[in-house]
Write a protein that binds this ligand. Structure first.
Ligand code: CMX
Length: 134
């Protein structure tokens, strides 16, 4: 597996509008997309920082992954997403090295990317996402 760059950093927030205002008015970034990802029970807002994106995540259901995270840990960095050439090959590669997968095969994520998550219990506590266009 070859990681080309950090595709995005996912940040859990309590209120998307307030968080967007901070990123725009204080940090001077521009929100270029807002997307509901219904199967993940989140509403997202995207910003570009060079080749990397910031993905703000507001929960739409307290039982969803971000809802549970906010309840336990509060707002903050939720996951790190690496860009790879082929996510299914990358998932097979890390699984062969003993990493526990959340997604055994890729699924469609935000912005139409193919994504797969690795379990934070086997990635030193950092929920890790791999993503690719293929
Ligand atoms: N980072 C680090 N650790 C996390 C975590 C995160 N984002 N989310 C949960 N954990 C930890 C919890 O703290 C908990 O640890 P302890 O057992 O030590 O208390 C453990 O994982 C289990 O957490 P849980 O609250 O009981 O939640 P679940 O086991 O039901 O689910 C996880 C955890 C990671 C499997 C689930 O959140 C998941 O499948 N995540 C991937 C999908 C996702 O996060 N989607 C939202 C983003 C979508 C997008 O960006 O497109």
């Amino acid at each position: 597996m070859e990681i080309t760059h950090i595709e995005h950093i996912g940040i859990a927030v309590n209120n998307l509008d307030e968080a967007i205002a901070y990123y725009e008015n204080v940090l001077g970034l521009k929100c270029y997309a807002i997307e509901d990802i219904t199967d993940q029970k989140v509403k997202t807002a995207f910003f570009k920082v060079g080749q990397t994106k910031i993905e703000l995540l507001e929960s739409t259901d307290p039982e969803g992954p971000v809802g549970k995270f906010l309840e336990k840990k509060g707002p903050g960095v939720h996951h790190l997403a690496f860009a790879v050439d082929n996510v299914n090959e990358a998932l097979n590669d890390v699984a062969s090295k003993g990493v526990q997968l959340i997604d055994k095969t890729s699924r469609k994520g935000a912005e139409g990317l193919n994504i797969g998550f690795l379990h934070p219990k086997s990635t030193l506590g950092v929920l890790t996402e791999l993503c690719s266009l293929k």
